[in-house]
Design a protein around this ligand. Sequence first.
Ligand code: T4K
Length: 415
Amino acid sequence: MKSRIDDLAILGGPPAFSEPLHTGRPNIGNRQRLDERFQRILDSARLTNGGPFVQEFETLIRTRLGVKHCVATCNATLALEILAKATGLAGEVLLPSFTFVASAHALNWVGLSPVFVDIDADSYTIDPRLIERRIRPNTSAILGVDLWGRPCDREALEGIAARHGLTLLFDASQAMGSFYHDQPIGGRGVAEVLSFHATKVLNSFEGGAIVTNDDRLAESACRMRNFGFTDYELVSSPGTNAKMSEVAAAMGITSLESLDDFIVANRDRYDLYRQELQDLPAVKVSVYDARDKYNYQYVVLELDEATAGMRRDDLHGVLHAENVLARRYFYPGCHRMEPYRATPPAGGWDLPVTERIASRVLCLPTGPSLSHVDVRQICQIIRLAVTNGHAVRSRGVGQPPENAKPLWGAEIRST
Ligand code: T4K
């Protein structure tokens, strides 16, 4: 364990970890069962186009979430695009800027205009109190985002959508396994979208899904993900290719079998992080709404730079030097990314909470592949850095953001 600031790797000490600790380590599940499924796919030569594993995966997801339909796709970005097309959205869609850029890009890609609404400082999700002032005659929908697996305020959004005749959709890409109050995410609004990307709590290498209780919407989405085909040779609408492959579904099924174990492991690491960091006034590990349940896939630390004497980016640099690849998700907010940065509304984007939170938060490595010893060591590094923030900073540790990403080029530790 490091006890003096000179031990910190950024100040010349040896890195605490010889191999990178990633934020977003894939959860694999039972490899033997995965292998068996792969063999069955190869033996059957049924590789894609709605094969038996995709059908099984869809059934398992809809049963688990208690929804009528699951339309599996090759990723969540295309699921969002299809959903926007299938619900016939036009004009402007309200969503938070503080999200992964795919939430906004999917809308932009199909010709819609994302309009960003600020977030609530405690939940980090869209602030319902700020939505109505952004509604204009050409607003067609609200896209709530369950950031870091935390369900956004569905009841409040439903009320607003109903009052203004807006379509309500949810980007639940990060929220598989989470519950809004006592209900699994997936069944609210017109539809919800899930991601099964490798870094998600449930992974299918790449993958996504639209889940909905709307029969017609499910039928449209199925058609659109398969070039608009309704029959063997009959094409009855525009469409794209967003089909999930059989290997992806096999991974998804395998990962789903262990999902509850992954969540228990995530919860365990989250509790340990909180326990280890609770007495540090400069640091807040995100707290959750007791009415909900979470997948705990992201452990989010918020740094108060005035108390710490160092900026979030300094701490980010300190951790990366130790091979702890914490991420500044979702810095700097979509509104500061192109094309949204270049096309602000009159008067500019008004997103003070997003700006503040985006400059303060760090997501830490977590998950089954991370040991308790690892977590304690990471916490000790954080403690050492933030309790000596001024001293560390006076030695010029600030690391420009551009330097952070290349570390991902390093070898990945196997689970
Ligand atoms: N909406 C929301 C709210 C989302 O969060 C996302 C995706 C989407 C929509 C769109 O879903 P998809 O179309 O992707 O299904 C990652 C993911 O690529 C992205 O899926 C995810 N959100 C986003 C939050 O994170 P990056 O650029 O941060 O990933 P990357 O490659 O830097 O990996 C993160 C860390 O995970 C690295 O340190 C290494 C580790 N890793 C990653 C991969 C891919 C591994 O250890 N193994 C791996 O295979 O975007």
